[in-house]
Design a protein around this ligand. Sequence first.
Ligand SMILES: [Zn+2]
Length: 229
Amino acid sequence: MTDSVVSKPFSSSVGDYVKAIWDLGGTGAASTKEVAERLSVSPASVSNMFVRLQEMGLVRHERYHGASLTDSGRVEALRLVRRHRLIETFLLEHLGYNRQEVHEEAERLEHAVSDGFTERLAEFLGHPEYDPHGEPIPATDGTLEVENSVPLTEARAGTRVRISKVRNDDAPILDHLEDSGLVPGRPLSVLQVRELDGVVIVEDEDGKTHALGEPLARSVFVREALGGA
Ligand SMILES: [Zn+2]
């Protein structure tokens, strides 16, 4: 099992695990419970898999602290994340999928395509920097843009911002934001950030104002726009 690390592609479940640990833990550890919830499997299967991933050199597993990725685990995770995000971009831009549909389809397809396909896809798409959710696409060498966006709840009133990404697992919330035109790339003026109830009021480029309750405002990530736009 250990010898297969470099030579053979990993099984799709190994891929799902390293991606989940990367997403949940960042540079730190992801707990058994978190990973079990994310992948809809039992905590016992997660514990078993953590041991296996450790044997494969992909994670460090410490009891009570969960699992964190080793350097090769991180490389593997980012390779899959690159593939996933490029596929999502392709589905949205060329096959008529909407933003809510691309993730699930990409989850399936990412296990079926090769690295060669992924690079041709990147070429075809013109080497996009961001996926349809506004998440940065890792480079082929596994480098990833440093996160510099904040949720609208942390934006400052009076600033011009641009939506960098929309992050929420709740489909009705995503639909609502999309229907309101609050999608990655959209510029906004922040009119009010109310501490009292967490409501954020923004104005879009057409002069329409949107009052977003806290759950919505927390799902919309923005970057301050430099020099207008
Ligand atoms: Zn996705």
